[in-house]
Design a protein around this ligand. Structure first.
Ligand SMILES: Nc1nc2c(ncn2[C@@H]2O[C@H](COP(=O)(O)OP(=O)(O)O)[C@@H](O)[C@H]2O)c(=O)[nH]1
Ligand SMILES: [Mg+2]
Length: 314
């Protein structure tokens, strides 16, 4: 960091026993940001590494702070609060310590934030993925979760779990973050979208871990991320659920109604219970659809208002 100059870019790296990857990551972070001529600062949030991670990081010009709680999300929340308060940077970079993301690609992520084209730029891992960089289970899981975020919330981002990002500080000051574990990455994308910030994706290379072990538990973390998406969708954008409920009731309700009506008029058989069920399903289904349409209009209105607010502010 250049003395007496305000920090423009803060890089936050969470670490938990990453002695094999950290040096490679830090040397390339310094190279990338040094060449850009930015006044930057690197903060490592360590979750209690028992190997040489901390020692190496300190030697390589990074500030190391110890994580108070536990988990990937908790480390980032602490790191965000720390740098926002202490350094007030314009842009914050999120990157892992295991060498899966290449710091030399930082300029590509920073540029759209600097030019105000986007408030958060997310590295999309799916376009240039090294062989075996991601297990098949993780690959499919990440695709499915990103797809769910799209259909449930309307977020047009192909890799919502990517941990490589450039973010305008304002986003982190405004968006509330609670997730202590891996779902933080998703919570941050969804939150930024809901608060009307502009999101952009840039293709990045995704590499195999340099060494050490992944802390991601595909089943447990995948389920947690799914829960996060569903909770956020229910809270902020219930259109999907209201529409699904409407369709699930209305289609069979109308079919059953047609069956009952056919028999009533053409065979003379009167199905009272079936008729009643058909009416109830149709009525609830129809109301759900109306609710879905209404919530869609409200969402659109909210997005328009937020857009207006953001343009006025910038
Ligand atoms: N401080 C801290 N860092 C963590 C924790 N869990 C994971 N990390 C770090 O977060 C980054 C991403 O974790 P990783 O295990 O590679 O997850 P994956 O990329 O999803 O397989 C790495 O740099 C880890 O060292 C944690 O509980 N605390
Ligand atoms: Mg990793």
């Amino acid at each position: 960091m250049l003395k007496n100059n305000p920090v423009e870019v803060a890089v936050i790296i969470p670490t938990l026993n990453e002695e094999e990857g950290i040096a490679w990551v830090l040397s390339r972070v310094h190279k990338a940001l040094g060449e850009l001529g930015k006044n930057y600062h690197v903060v490592i949030v360590d979750g209690g590494s028992t190997d040489k991670t901390i020692e190496i990081a300190k030697k390589m010009n990074a500030e190391v702070i110890m994580q108070k709680g536990k988990g990937y999300g908790d480390a980032y929340i602490q790191g965000f609060n720390y740098v926002l308060k202490k350094y007030k940077p314009k842009i914050i970079i999120m990157i892992d310590a295991d060498g899966t993301y290449d710091p030399l690609e930082i300029p590509k992520l920073i540029k759209p934030v600097e030019s105000k084209e986007a408030d958060m730029v997310i590295g999309n891992r799916f376009q240039q993925m090294q062989e075996k960089a991601m297990t098949i289970v993780n690959y499919v899981g990440n695709k499915v979760l990103s797809w769910l975020a799209r259909i449930m919330l309307g977020i047009n981002i192909k890799d919502t779990q990517s941990g490589y990002r450039a973010i305008s500080s304002e986003v982190l000051e405004i968006v509330p973050l609670r997730e202590k574990g891996m779902p933080l990455a998703t919570e941050l994308v969804v939150g930024a979208y809901i608060y009307g910030y502009k999101l952009k994706e840039e293709p990045i290379t995704y590499r195999r871990r340099i060494g050490g072990k992944s802390k991601l538990n595909p089943l447990k973390d995948g389920y947690q991320i799914l829960k996060t998406i569903v909770h956020l969708a229910l809270r902020y954008n219930p259109t999907f659920f209201a529409f699904t409920l409407g369709a699930l009731l209305l289609i069979p309700g109308l079919t059953l109604g047609a069956y009952v009506a056919y028999h009533y008029f053409f065979t003379g058989v009167k199905y009272y219970i079936k008729g009643l069920i058909a009416i109830i399903m149709t009525l609830i289904g129809f109301q759900s659809l109306l609710l879905a349409i209404l919530s869609l209009y409200l969402k659109r209105m909210e997005l328009r208002l937020l857009k207006l607010l953001h343009t006025r502010r910038s």
